[in-house]
Design a protein. Sequence first.
Length: 301
Amino acid sequence: MESTGGPYLNTAAVTSPVGIARLLQMTFGCTTFSLVAHQGGFSAAYGTFCMFVWTFCFAITVFIIACEFTHLHSCLSLSWGNFTAAFAMLATLMSLTAAVIYPLYFVQVGCYPIGCEVRDFRIAASVFAGLVFVTYASEVFLTRAKPGQVTSYMATISGLLKIVQAFVACIIFGALVNDSQYGKYVATQWCVAVYSFCFVVTVVVVAFSVTGKTALLWFPFDRSVVIYTFGAVLLYASAAVIWPVFCFDSKYGSPRRPGLCAKGKCPWDSQLVIAIFTYVNLLLYVLDLAYSQRIRFVPHL
């Protein structure tokens, strides 16, 4: 590898505000999953999800710090700015979810039946889980594109919204597979097709941006993204109308939650979650379309 003439180690990777935020992410993340693994404990799918979030985010953060400190990121076939911005936004959403789920399912006021020591460990883990979220949100705030600044696409509001859109779509898919009865009508199957299509295209946009391969495409990537976002707004608008009608209208579904519906296994609950997050994603795509008119797209930063 040719020498660039500069220092071998990049001390700014750990002394800059972003570097300090990443060191805190690593510290708080390690503390969180260590407290849970040592004494706090976890169980079921939601506990496993929380542990995955903390360990995954910790591992990627260590990788980012190591690459920037040693300049090894210049050897990777990635658009490093897009990669770090996309990961920071994804980690913010994942850590927020874990910071809500873990105390909701595992923290209690009294000591019985788990014991006071376990309870205290779980409370401490919940506090550090909240700090993990704060540090990742701080990185997003520090690295986001400023008005008039030429920067990586994923650091812009439009790029960050792409991560949120994909994350919300994952929530919708989780509710869909939880006995939502979406196959009952062709109209609700159309909604599933909308969610799937928009999710796949959004992930492809993020993947091309992160890998820095947009220049290899035979069509203008930035213009195509704006056109796709406009199409996604129209598709989600149709789902936002169709899904509630075929799930909550008395002719096709139930406007109220059935009284005998078991908690956690009620199709009506899943349908309500899908309806709510359909409107959330519709709003996100509308905001994305509005912001995409004001950014300058730079694929390789």
